[in-house]
Design a protein. Structure first.
Length: 400
């Protein structure tokens, strides 16, 4: 946040410090690296990733700038391809103004939001993250923020930004700078961002000239995290883009239902209730079907010398899906049930309490002998063979 001067080739003058809207500038190449794809200039309007704010993009001598890196006194510009100019050459840079304005809106809105949360609620800002789609601010609020309170905060912030408070840049000595919202641990000259009557913060980011230029601020939600509360927000043109995006999503969701978007909440509740009812009906019908299938399998099964039935059942899907049928069989009397998928090698073994067989131990031992894996409880076990061709031998080993 210190404003350097260009009195040495290892120092980059940061033009954005004093003119955040500067889009075109000229500069001299002072150094190159990475086979010409990293360029250093005596001055730049490109903002490097710093303080949570993402870097600018644009062009240098018509070559795309894809990253801007803060190296303390210098700023490195990473290009899409080598610049191809010698040291001392003059270049013209163009900053992507749409991206810059977006970042200015988000950053200025964050200062305003943090000032309000501290002044009116006593919640200091712990950390900030500026994302491509949305941004977040973590505040020292352990109890969380409810929807009603969040709505009040949003209304208050938007009222403040509409009041058109001036946003000013100044430079002050760290030893004498006063009234800062958060004390700075830096020495020397500090760059101070002041929102008239509301906030004074040491900051190296780019900001608007007044709060009205933010346009609008939208708080998308709040959640507790690590003893703090994280608030997600959008500002400026992002609010309008999100509104259009949400409206499109609602329209697309309502179209198959031949309904208006405003009717969606009630329709969704109705559909969820109907789905739950259908699921109950499905389970009931499956249970009835399993009962009929259990009768047929029971009648077709063999009974060993101890009076225990051996029921064999093949499925084309997951063996686990046969559990309702298996439970029906286990309640009919002494039995051992083997369910297999002959295509995948999956196996389910079940035993009734009076069958004198531990399904888990029995299946585990048989599968291990055949190179498979599995196990379970004494009543129900599952597993699989590495090769389905081994199923007949496994079934024989299990007494089927």
């Amino acid at each position: 946040m210190t404003a350097p001067t260009a009195d040495h080739h290892d120092v980059t003058t940061r033009l954005y410090y004093d003119d955040a809207r500067l889009a075109r500038f000229s500069a001299t190449v002072t150094a190159v690296a990475a086979e010409g794809t990293v360029v250093y200039l005596d001055r730049t309007a490109f903002y490097p990733t710093s303080g949570g704010q993402p870097h600018d993009v644009g062009t240098l001598a018509d070559v795309a700038v894809v990253d801007v890196i803060d190296e303390e006194t210098r700023v490195a510009h990473r290009l899409a391809q080598p610049l191809g100019l010698p040291l001392g050459a003059m270049v013209v840079g163009h900053v992507d103004t749409a991206r810059r304005l977006d970042h200015m809106q988000q950053h200025t809105a964050q200062h305003l939001l943090s000032a309000l949360l501290a002044d009116e609620y006593g919640w200091a800002t712990v950390s900030v993250h500026f994302g491509d789609q949305a941004s977040t601010v973590d505040v020292a609020c352990a109890e969380g923020i409810g929807a009603t309170q969040l709505a009040r905060i949003e209304q208050r912030v938007n009222a403040l930004l509409r009041a058109r408070h001036a946003v000013q840049v100044s430079y002050e000595e760290a030893a004498t700078a006063s009234g800062l919202r958060k004390a700075s641990d830096r020495d020397g000259t500090l760059r101070i961002i002041t929102i008239e009557g509301l906030d004074r913060s040491a900051c190296g980011g780019t900001h608007l000239a007044n709060t009205a230029e933010i346009g609008a601020l939208l708080l998308r939600g709040a959640e507790r995290t690590r003893g703090h509360t994280r608030i997600e927000f959008l500002a400026g043109d992002r609010v309008l883009r999100r509104a259009h995006g949400d409206a499109e999503l609602l329209t697309r969701a309502a179209r198959p239902l031949s309904a208006a978007a405003s009717d969606l909440p009630a329709l969704v509740e109705q559909q969820v209730a109907r789905l739950a009812e259908l699921e109950r009906d499905r389970k009931r019908l499956l249970a009835e079907l399993a009962g009929h299938e259990a009768v047929a399998l029971w009648q077709d099964s063999n009974v060993d010398a101890r009076g225990v039935r051996r029921v064999r059942h093949r499925v084309s899907g997951a063996v686990k899906d046969a559990e309702p049928l298996v439970q029906q069989l286990l309640t009919r009397g002494p039995c051992v049930v083997l369910v297999t998928n002959d295509a995948t090698g999956a196996v389910l073994l079940a035993a009734s309490p009076d069958a004198s067989l531990d399904a888990g131990q029995t299946l585990r031992a048989a599968l291990q002998h055949a190179g498979g894996r599995g196990g379970g409880s004494p009543r129900l076990a599952q597993g699989a063979l590495p090769n389905a061709t081994a199923l007949p031998a496994l079934a024989t080993a299990l007494g089927f």
